[in-house]
Design a protein around this ligand. Structure first.
Ligand SMILES: Nc1ncnc2c1ncn2[C@@H]1O[C@H](COP(=O)(O)OP(=O)(O)OP(=O)(O)O)[C@@H](O)[C@H]1O
Ligand SMILES: [Mg+2]
Length: 168
């Protein structure tokens, strides 16, 4: 399991040395997710947002191949427990207003877990409760090294995120 350090402000940070480490964090997050949840993924190009989203989807029981929605904007998958996964990528959007055009609200508040890459700029469009996953390169700078920050936004996520670390 990757190293993690918890802090009281609703941010939990993991250091990942490999895709497998990132997958382990993503699977733990998946275990906390419920219908109607929104997870925003941010970080620079190639940081691992799609990799994380794929592993969350697998953790939720998606068996189809999860591919990047960069050009298609949103992909939808059947998961287990009656859940579905909607995986969106807002990278190509130029204005927040365009989010309405994609119709992501179709995937909020129902049986979907909504995963959104490049979602930070549009965070307000997704309501007051969300989990933000912020990925970064390093430290140290090496091909497999990433930092993964999980940020609880809204009162519900603060306590739910406590379950993401081992042993409690
Ligand atoms: N520790 C790690 N965690 C996640 N991905 C890693 C890690 N180490 C190396 N990688 C590699 O980094 C790449 C991440 O690509 P990915 O498409 O997931 O990034 P992204 O943030 O979604 O990019 P984009 O901004 O283009 O959407 C993959 O090739 C993956 O194998
Ligand atoms: Mg991506």
């Amino acid at each position: 399991m990757p190293n993690s350090s918890d802090s009281s402000d609703g941010v939990t940070t993991f250091v990942s040395a490999s895709v497998a480490d990132t997958a382990a964090v993503a699977r733990r997050v998946a275990a906390l997710l419920l219908a109607g949840d929104v997870v925003l993924l941010d970080g620079p190009l190639g940081a691992g947002k799609t990799t994380f989203a794929r592993e969350v989807a697998v953790g939720l029981g998606v068996t189809a191949a999860v591919t990047s929605p960069t050009y298609t904007l949103v992909h939808e998958y059947e998961a287990s427990r009656g859940l579905a996964v909607a995986h969106a990528d807002l990278y190509r959007l130029e204005t927040v207003a365009e989010i309405d055009d994609i119709g992501l609200e179709e995937f909020t508040g129902g049986r979907h877990v909504l995963l959104v890459e490049w979602g930070a700029a549009a965070a307000a469009a997704f309501g007051p409760e969300r989990l933000e996953v912020v990925m970064a390169y390093g430290p140290p700078e090496s091909p497999g090294q990433r930092t993964i920050e999980l940020r609880a936004v809204g009162p519900g996520w603060g306590s739910r995120l406590a379950g993401v670390e081992g042993g409690r």
